[in-house]
Design a protein. Sequence first.
Length: 575
Amino acid sequence: MTSRRTAVPITGLGLITPVGVGRGPTWEGSLHGRSAEATDPELKGCPVDFSCRVPVMTSAQARIGGGTAWPIGRFTRLAVLAAREAVAAREAVAAREAVADAALDTALAETDPHTADVDHVTAHGTSAPFDDRTEAELIGRVLPHRPGVTASRGVLGHGLGAAGAIEAAVTALTLHRSTVPPIANLTAGNLSFDLDRVTVERRARRVRAAVSRSFGFGGHNVVPLLAEDRPCHSSPRTDPRTESMTLHSRVVHATVHIPEGRQTVAAVEDRFRAGSPAVPLSRGVLQRMYGLAERTVAPDHEQPSDLAVHAARRVLADTDTDPADVGLLLYAGILADMEEPATAHVVADKLGLGCPVLDLKNACNGLLNALEVADAFIRGGRYRRVLVTTAEVSTRESRWEVDDPADILTALPSLSTGDMGSALLVEATDRPGIVGSRFFANSWGWRAATLPNPYAQHRKLGHLRIDSAQLVDSFEGLPDKLRGALKEFGVESDDLDLVCVHQPSVPFTRVVCDWVGVDPGRILSTFPAHGNVATNSIPLQLVTALESGRLRRGDLVGMFGFASGASAGLVVCRW
């Protein structure tokens, strides 16, 4: 056969498999590389008493719809559910051409991609020694450039008549996600033949063209070839970090670096009295006004970048993330190592990253804005993985010397700040993690809290000045907008499993809870033991919730921020 086939795009996929009901769960299960096999009660007493069974389907009839007039068989239910998912998706998953023929070399001869353009193979992988050796020899003969090879049989089991379709679907998702799932239960030493097998761990890489091999009893050989929606032989290889078709992002993990230094409220007040003898300050005023017990203090030699790097190293280690896989680094702190260049460069250098970087600043809402930016970049396909960092050494803004008693109320907030560093890893996913974000501003209120730039002030060092009453007034109308945004996402405050709010003081935390309609008892109070850690406030609450078991995968999290400027922000995510 020499006729050219018409290009057929794959616009939707539906999968019901032993590792999950739906395309997303199946793909995630494949990436983990663990077999779905388990003891099967229906096979009790048989020589082989295990199988790869599709998860509980008791709700399948309801999911298909109440309009069905009669019960349908189990296999039909699986097919209907998969078909419904495929039709509902209506998104281009992958494909330029799909060709079936008697052998792999024939399939390649009939398509546009050159043999060398094929950089991935989904093998049939029967686990029968003779079959696997024969298949390996064929792949090595037709594709001598050693493309990556995986097989889904070890994870999903033998799908019999559905095996070819499932393997083709997994291949399409491999193209779409730029990630190759590993072969389950296979180590490098199991087989003697020379193939670039993907084992143990998933492999992130751009796949331009892939083949899926399927064969059955009677000598049936079917080879779909799937490729990107552009001629493969004219497409240069690019960094897979920039190749993403995924439409969603999720926060993978959060970490904080809490300096060991501590300063009690009594020690803070004593130092203020020593520096401002003309200004009376009653004992315990910081605790009564703000709820402060002690605050965290970074070592004198450490800069904001150091605190951010401590947290970032931990988040990369905790998630087993290779620094080379980070596509973008954001730094969202109020304070920076220097005005030029961006502190993000300093953080990236200390981490050994070579990715693009940028600073993003919006007072205490900088971290939430960074999550919004990371989400937008990932949804737009620009990056697959974004490292968000922030840090503050706010105790160095403390106003120890005040000459005019009239300035005491605008100086006291600077004595309740704390030092800290944070990092969050955000990556691409096929399901909504970050559900949505909204930000609003009353820029006319910027004068309520200021820290002048000394270079803009002709090298005159300014002071942190916060008029608390004026700051509260600057948020006029913003709480209503945040509540409206929450409803826009289809979420009520009671739906949230965890609520995090910016905590510049205990009284202000209560005010914010009233604004957003949340019981203050639901908030993990972090201010008393750390102080106002600014952009680190919400990451600190996330980490506290993780460590205490208050936050688990799948929980719905609402993060509310109110910052000087004035601005208000909301990020809702599924953890």
